[in-house]
Design a protein around this ligand. Sequence first.
Ligand code: NAD
Length: 430
Amino acid sequence: MRQALEEKIVSRKARVGIVGLGYVGLPLAVEFAKAGFTVTGIDLSPSKVAKVNAGESYIADIDQGVFKSLVDAGKISASSDFGVISELDTVNICVPTPLRKTKDPDMSYIVSACQQIAKYFHKGMLVILESTTYPGTTYELVLPMLESADMKVGRDFFLCFSPERVDPGNAQYQTHNIPKVVGGCTAACTEAGALFYRQALQTVIPVSSTQVAEMVKLLENTFRMINIGLANEIAMMCGRMGINVWEVIEAAATKPFGFMAFYPGPGLGGHCIPIDPFYLSWKSKQAGIEARFIELAGYINGQMPLFVVDKVQNALNDQDKPVKGSHIHILGVAYKQDIDDMRESPALDIIQLLERRGAKLSYSDPHVPHVRFDGLELCSDEAAMGKADCVVIVTAHSGFDYKALVGMAPLIVDTRNALKGVVSDRIVRL
Ligand SMILES: NC(=O)c1ccc[n+]([C@@H]2O[C@H](COP(=O)([O-])OP(=O)(O)OC[C@H]3O[C@@H](n4cnc5c(N)ncnc54)[C@H](O)[C@@H]3O)[C@@H](O)[C@H]2O)c1
């Protein structure tokens, strides 16, 4: 079984399947297609399937021309029908792993995808879970859905976990050159998984188990979340003491060892950093360990939108204006610079908190034309900025004209140090 699979992989004859064609799945499909494989994407969203089949990329990091030529050459296609799995040799699962309102993992997407895969599963297949999840998911949840008396893992099929580490908007590190960690349920699974990734990606890092591979991703994102929490707490302290936190971090970062710069901001956003650590704390609680660093950083990071809103209110009050009735313009609403992703964006919390305090709101973001949540509906309106009492820089997109902003705004609250070096008593920094 394994030899036949490996021969198909090395000769590029293996039919590759990707379940979930989002920020993770579509770039992965492109890399395997570029490496010469024929890739079939499976997604429940009819519009994504239609766009893929029309050669239209909806992920900003994917070059439109390259994508169209791969689709036209028959190297990438998409379907909503899991029946195509009968024809596939490998399947990567890249479906969402959100949190429930209770901050417990929502495994429903993984379970539903695996139930569908199990229907069309056949001998000799390689299945790799890429969705970020708690340690133990692949072994405890996915394996029992696929294994049976005559389908033994490591012998009849191969199952791995490989964390996706893609960083949307990062021009230097993308799917092909971010080292790929992979751990299998058995040594044979790890070897098959590593061989598969080596065909399309630059560096592959095999680890001894699926649990190690799952924990790697959670360590990385927890490390980031906790350090951002520390930077935010230091920013609050500096604010009280009248110290410029940005200058402190910049100077500390000149130390050539033992320090890594993390920056404060208006709050966490995106599908990873605000969510993944809670997958770990949930599992850790089951193992009898309270994840105190995670809970504390989660609390501090969660306070940041309120901290920003208080800064806005105080800055307006200093100009003898109440927040109620003032026009506040939010500059940038995506959760980070130069991308269009709004998931978990702190801009939404800031807008909502200011609205509740009676402010009149507008926003502009070249990447996000509309914002609709909790009964609020706004359209990006650049012209409104010129009439605002206060502009709050929430996302420092590189395309903004900061010079013009400084020239026109009566008050600016800069949560990202976008106006680094500009001296003005109309600028309030985090
Ligand atoms: N976005 C990132 O930057 C990033 C980075 C690293 C890891 N991750 C992780 O990767 C996973 C996927 O994230 P994403 O950002 O690509 O999500 P996404 O929402 O962009 O894409 C997920 C896709 O899966 C589809 N889908 C949902 N349920 C399905 C099912 N049962 N069968 C088939 N398709 C289904 C959705 O329609 C969607 O197109 C998550 O676990 C996430 O935490 C994301």
